[in-house]
Write a protein that binds this ligand. Structure first.
Ligand SMILES: [Zn+2]
Length: 221
């Protein structure tokens, strides 16, 4: 389960508020500060400070707990069943929804600063951009799908060596250096097929379906 940064952030804020009042609390007979969270994953994350998602927030929480310990106050984090009529849990939920609606984003956005989180974000962004690029470039050319891989999220060529992927995407997007293409850009006088010697235009369709030079490959396709 992915640790929710916003849950960790909320636990940290609750403890920080207590730290700010730590000097005054013992006078009121307070010995324990209890924070309630409905996220078990977040609570488990506060137990250790190992590197990984949420490490910055986990360390902040531990720092606050130690600060509370100095004047003799114990910090306790309890799990509470979420969305089940616990009054303050419902109120927290309502506040969170309100914050999302008012601002259009969650208030914990600026907390994403750890190297681990940044690396995750970069890699997720790159994967999404690749998929988007592939979909955009190839959406108009449905004629050439990879056999057995229709509908797969990550097309095979994207994981292959660059030269192979380049050829595949050129074919898919209509930029392969076939006869008609090279003639159009003035690189060659002739746009007929040189492979089979026929007087047919060397188009993608011809190479994939009719050119006698590639009969074996066509059968395999
Ligand atoms: Zn040919």
């Amino acid at each position: 389960m992915e640790v929710s940064n916003s849950e960790l952030w909320a636990i940290g804020v609750a403890l920080r508020q207590s730290v700010a009042r730590a000097e005054a609390l013992p006078a009121h007979g307070v010995t324990t500060v209890a924070v309630f969270s409905d996220s078990q994953a977040a609570i488990r994350r506060t137990v250790h400070q190992d590197p990984g998602p949420g490490q910055y927030l986990a360390r902040t929480i531990n720092k606050h707990a130690r600060a509370l310990h100095a004047p003799g106050i114990e910090a306790a984090i309890h799990w509470v069943l979420g969305h089940s009529g616990v009054p303050w849990n419902n109120e927290a939920d309502r506040q969170a929804t309100k914050a999302r609606e008012d601002r259009g984003y969650t208030v914990c956005e600026r907390i994403y600063t750890s190297a681990a989180t940044r690396a995750t974000r970069i890699s997720e962004g790159r994967t999404a951009a690749k998929a988007k690029w592939e979909a955009h470039k190839c959406s108009k050319h449905y004629g050439y799908r990879l056999k057995g891989k229709a509908g797969s999220w990550r097309p095979i060529p994207m994981t292959r060596v660059k030269s192979l992927a380049t050829r595949f995407y050129r074919l898919k997007s209509g930029h392969a250096p076939v006869g008609t293409y090279v003639k159009r850009f003035g690189h060659r006088e002739d746009d007929k097929c040189g492979w089979c010697g026929s007087r047919t235009l060397q188009m993608r369709e011809h190479l994939f379906r009719y050119c006698s030079q590639w009969n074996d490959q066509q059968t395999e396709l």
